[in-house]
Each structure stands twice: as C-alpha cells, then as structure tokens.
Design a protein around this ligand. Structure first.
Ligand code: SF4
Length: 339
C-alpha cells in the first residue's frame, strides 16, 4: 500500500481509483487537517467514502499501535504494512507551541554508543510518504504543530532523498505549510550529507550531535567520527554556515565522567570558534543496558560554569517524556509488528 503523501494529484487518482481531480484535492486537504479516516471526510460523496474505507481502511499506510503520554509529551508507535515499527513524538513547550519529532529510518546504522536506536542496527529507510505520515498522525491528535525536528529514529542525512522530499512536502503551501526555518535536521556528523545539504537552497536548520570535541573520545562514543573526524566535520559546518547563514545547534549529550571535564569544555570552546553555535546540553537519559552514567546535578553545574567562563552560548534541556522513553536517544522499537 502506497502513501498518499509526496505524490501528485494524478498518482493519487490512480491509486484510489478516483474519477475527478478535485476529489484527490479534497482528500489531500483532509489529510493536512489531520482527518485520516475516509468516513469522516464529509466533503466527499458518501458512496466514495464507503468504497475507499472498505478498500483501504485508513487513508494512511501507517497505523498507531501504541500511544503513551507523560509530561505533555505524546509518543506514538506506528506500524507500517510490512510490519516495521517506528516511533514519533509530539513535544510541547507548555506555552502552546508543539513540535513533531520524526523518524527517518527504522533503526539506525550509525551505532552511537549512548543511543538506544543505535542498538537496533538499520532495518530500512523510511519513504518520504512514511515520514510525512508521522506528522499527519501527530497532527490528528488535535493540536496545531508548528515545528519539526528530525531527531527520532535514524540518521536523516543517511536517507537524504526521502528526508528532503518529506521536508518539501511538509513545506508545501497548499499543504502543511511548515516554514523551512522551523524544521531542524539532526545529524551525528555525516559530512557528505552536510555538504549535500549545503548545496541546496533550503534554509532548514542543522543540529549536530557532537557529544565530544575530542577526537579520541568522540571516536569511542560515535563511530561516525572514525570516518569523519572533527576537522572534517568543522570544515563542512563552516561551509554550511557560510552558505546558509543560520545558527547551528550542537547537541551535547552529557555522559558522566566521559565528556564533562574542564578539558572537555575547553575542547568544546575551541571547536565552536569561528561558528555561530548554540550548545544544547542534554544530561543523558539513563538506558541501563548501555553502560553510561547520567551526570548528577553537581557535575552538570560545574560543566555549565566552565562553559560560562569560556563564553560558550548554551542552553540546558531537561528532557521531557523520559518516563515514556520519548526523550532524546531513547527511541527504539521491536522491529516487526506482531499485531
Ligand atoms: S544518535 Fe542518531 S545517528 Fe546516532 S545511533 Fe542514535 S539515531 Fe542513529
């Protein structure tokens, strides 16, 4: 079953056996409003609604098999027809702003040692339609979502074409209409992907999961650093910033005793030189099987003081949704649906 996103009107007509182009437009407009049940698309003739509902069930290929809610964070597990499952999350800032955190792959090949998704390995890339469907499913929960981060399962730049097609679809003026500037791609430092993104005239934001600005430590924790060490990463970021003129974010997952020393702060300051960057400190969310320790309050405060002294722009993110494993680095699923 094919997704109804990221296709043109003619293709939607062919997939659904529609006779009139305006019917495809009506269905698309309903999907964009978060109406994903053909039966509730009341602007379509009743007979057509019934036929589509009978033939296809939901208008989306993905279906929610689990919904968990905590601290105003909602996490959905979504199963696709082939049985693969991903997770996506709706985050709230508590002031009416909602952000969708989307997955780009089932699992991930990058194997970052602090990340639960990394333990799954790569199962497969998601299609552009499957990525957009996550946004539609999160929108169907009822709140208007204005921001998108590609920080769910997978390395978006390793699924470049599909991620870019999804971004363009999510930006469509006659669709969800999300501004490029409100979309953030997160990468573990896949330099060829950053270079490709640099060449495109699409002003999305870039977040780099940095974790350490010391090559030896970073290579131990993030395998990607062995292929693309910090010097290569930095030159790709300088070039990205020169072209896009956008502030970068460095996600700095704090691992007790590994990347929180004075020396770590100095390395970070050195790496930030020449870049317009906001460092986002994220105290690690404990995942028992991964063998790291979360920093305690004292360790966090000491590191913060070091960053202040070194005049590094930073914020600290206390992860929401920890209790439902919806926090950074905590998304992982059984890979096949048993339902
Ligand atoms: S941190 Fe990102 S890139 Fe690294 S293993 Fe996890 S999902 Fe993959």
């Amino acid at each position: 079953m094919e997704s109804l996103f990221c296709i043109n009107n003619e293709k939607m007509m062919a997939i659904l056996g529609l006779e009139k182009p305006f019917q495809a437009k009506i269905i698309y407009q309903n999907l964009v409003k978060g109406i994903i049940d053909f039966n509730t698309m009341t602007s379509l003739p009743k007979a057509l609604r019934e036929r589509l509902s009978e033939e296809r069930g939901s208008a989306l290929t993905g279906r929610i098999i689990r919904k968990e809610e905590a601290d105003s964070t909602v996490k959905l597990a979504v199963a696709f027809p082939d049985g693969d499952i991903i997770e996506c999350v709706r985050l709230s800032d508590g002031e009416g702003r909602y952000t969708a955190c989307l997955s780009s792959q089932v699992g991930c090949a990058m194997g970052c040692a602090f990340c639960k998704t990394g333990t799954m390995g790569l199962v497969r890339n998601l299609t552009a339609g499957e990525i957009v469907e996550q946004f539609a499913l999160l929108s169907s929960l009822g709140e208007r979502i204005s921001h998108i981060v590609f920080m769910g399962m997978g390395e978006a730049l390793a699924n470049f074409t599909a991620a870019l097609d999804a971004i363009k679809e999510l930006h469509r003026e006659d669709g969800f209409g999300i501004s490029y500037r409100k979309m953030t791609i997160s990468t573990c430092g896949l330099v060829p992907g950053i270079r490709k993104l640099t060449e495109l005239d699409i002003p999305v934001r870039l977040a780099v999961s940095l974790v350490s600005a010391d090559d030896e430590t970073r290579s131990e924790i993030m395998k990607i650093n062995r292929a693309y060490p910090l010097s290569m990463l930095k030159s790709s970021l300088i070039s990205f910033q020169r072209h896009q003129d956008r502030r970068l974010t460095f996600e700095y997952c704090m691992l007790s005793g590994r990347n929180t020393s004075h020396k770590s702060a100095e390395d970070l300051a050195q790496f930030c030189k020449g870049l317009d960057v906001l460092v986002n400190l994220i105290p690690w969310n404990p995942i028992p099987e991964l063998g790291f320790r979360a920093p305690d309050e004292r360790e966090i405060r000491t590191f913060e003081n070091d960053l202040k002294k070194l005049r590094i722009n930073y914020t600290i993110r206390r992860s929401k949704g920890q209790s439902i494993s919806g926090a950074c680095g905590q998304l992982a699923t059984e890979t096949r649906s048993s339902e």
